[in-house]
Design a binder for this molecule. Structure first.
Ligand SMILES: *Cc1c(COP(=O)(O)O)cnc(C)c1O
Length: 348
């Protein structure tokens, strides 16, 4: 049996929700999208949310709402997926990379601080692999923040959900994420006018034409799936936590860097990322026994931009290995994966 890196949890109920939409004949953005936005905002006790075609679309709308434009600087982590870099490019902003912390892969507030200038218009802050970033320190820098919750829907820090802590936040419902709709995303903000700006640019029709507009709409099929997935979010989080505990227990003696839990009690396990001295060898050896382990950031922004001066990002990229974790994985699958890792220790 092969174990994949990730897998969405799709129930009969999910399938019914989508086929009901298909049968209704109203399949584009409509009542289901509106209801998903309402359900989502209610979950986080926020005044509203804007559903989008992807996380990247949500992030573009968020940067436009913050009026990021040519000549502005946007700070993103050097260790993050390419989407962040691309979206800053959509706005013609200058991309400034910041280094991360090795303990949780999140942006290092001190490193961000030394890169803030008068031109800094926004900081994009992902909560890496489900672990909340140090929002208190980052907010203290006084620059607008886009919380990137693509990894961390349902995580909490300082007694609040991530996505409710900064100026504006985005989520992704791509197939591998905590909540999956295939493709999809969401923008959320406390400030109603920011949210209205994001909503306005999502559609191109029946609107003023003096600003650049996009078709970033979600379909009702995706929204119906998203509403159902959201009802199961807490179960998903709990199941992932059980699997993470199993990994931590089984791998405590294997010479790997394991996720640190102190100070991160509200984290979720979107990914279970270990740091291995020989990450490439571990990934290849696990592939041979049918377990799909990956580098959790395929190619960090730092490599695309070939900038120097990011030692922690380089170390993270060299060492990080993501082990399979998702709600439909069983504890005994995790135990089997750990047995393979233990056996390999002597051969790699
Ligand atoms: C997946 C992801 C995105 C982009 O979301 P898409 O829905 O794939 O466009 C952005 N940021 C992070 C941290 C992600 O993991």
């Amino acid at each position: 049996m092969r174990v994949s890196q990730s897998r969405p949890t799709i129930t009969g109920q999910d399938i019914r929700a989508v086929t009901d939409v298909l049968r209704s004949g109203m399949i584009a953005q409509g009542a289901q999208v509106k209801a998903f936005e309402e359900d989502f905002a209610r979950y986080f006790k926020m005044c509203g949310a804007v559903a989008t075609s992807s996380g990247m679309a949500a992030m573009h709308l968020a940067l436009m709402a913050l009026k990021v434009d040519k000549g502005d600087e946007v700070i993103i982590p050097a260790y993050a997926c390419a989407a962040l870099m691309q979206v800053a490019r959509y706005c013609k902003a200058q991309i400034i990379l910041a280094d991360i912390q090795l303990d949780n892969f999140n942006m290092c507030p001190q490193d961000v601080a030394r890169r803030v200038t008068k031109k800094t218009k926004a900081i994009i802050v992902p909560h890496m692999f489900g672990c909340p970033a140090d929002m208190r320190a980052l907010k203290a820098l006084g620059v607008p923040i886009v919380e990137d919750c693509a990894h961390a829907v349902g995580a909490t820090t300082q007694g609040a959900y991530v996505g409710t802590l900064a100026d504006i936040s985005i989520f992704s419902f791509y197939a591998t994420k905590m909540l999956a709709t295939g493709e999809g995303g969401m923008v959320m903000a406390r400030n109603k006018s920011l949210l209205a700006l994001a909503r306005d640019r999502r559609d191109y029709d029946h609107k003023r034409t003096d600003v650049l507009r996009f078709n970033y709409k979600m379909t009702d099929m995706e929204a119906a799936l998203g509403r159902n997935q959201l009802r199961h979010l807490q179960e998903f989080i709990d199941k992932r936590a059980i699997l993470a505990r199993t990994y931590t227990r089984e791998l405590s003696e294997e010479g790997l860097g394991l996720p640190i839990l102190e100070g991160a009690e509200g984290r979720v396990f979107y990914r279970y990322v270990v740091q291995a001295p020989q990450a490439g060898a571990l990934i290849r050896a696990m592939a041979r026994v049918g377990v799909d382990c990956t580098r959790p950031v395929f190619k960090p922004a730092r490599l695309y931009l070939s900038s120097k001066d990011y030692p922690i990002t380089d170390q993270a990229f060299k060492q990080a290995v993501s082990l399979p974790i998702y709600p439909c994985l069983r504890v005994r699958d995790v135990q089997m994966i750990c047995r393979h890792i233990k056996n390999l220790r002597h051969s790699i």
